[in-house]
Ligand binder design. Structure first.
Ligand SMILES: [Zn+2]
Length: 137
């Protein structure tokens, strides 16, 4: 891992501690990278800047976690699934989405994409991370 990328990751987690979810925005093509990476994936610019994302997003697909893959640091997360999430700013990522049971997934399957939003989650004994919650209907 390059020193610059380590710095990006460090700043990202420092901001999470303060309740801010940061991506990187490219001043040339306005592309927003989330999770933040140093270079713009659209135009290759290395001059991206910190940008606080709104957290508004759409959930496009849902994958239930395999029982064996349940991670101990997610113990206090409750029911969750993995989903393909598209941020308002345009980035797509695979993320943890809370509150999805097998039953809920069936209900949602025909309604996709549905609105969701980013939340900051305190991992068991560790650092904070970003998860997604479904918007209330
Ligand atoms: Zn760019």
């Amino acid at each position: 891992m390059s020193i610059k990328l380590e710095k990006v990751v460090e700043t990202f987690y420092e901001n999470l501690e303060q309740g801010k979810i940061m991506g990187r925005k490219c001043p040339h093509c306005q592309n927003v990278e989330f999770p933040p990476v140093y270079a713009c994936n659209e135009c290759g610019s290395l001059e991206t800047e910190w940008y606080e994302i709104s957290g508004r997003a759409k959930l496009h697909s849902i994958v239930m976690p395999a029982a064996l893959s349940s991670k101990p640091e997610y113990k206090n997360l409750g029911k969750y699934a993995y989903g393909e999430v598209e941020l308002e700013e345009g980035s797509r990522l695979n993320a943890v989405v809370r509150g999805i049971t097998k039953k809920k997934r069936k209900e949602l399957q025909d309604k996709l994409p549905v609105n969701c939003h980013a939340s900051i989650f305190q991992r068991e004994g560790g650092y904070k991370t970003v998860v997604f919650d479904l918007d209330e209907e």
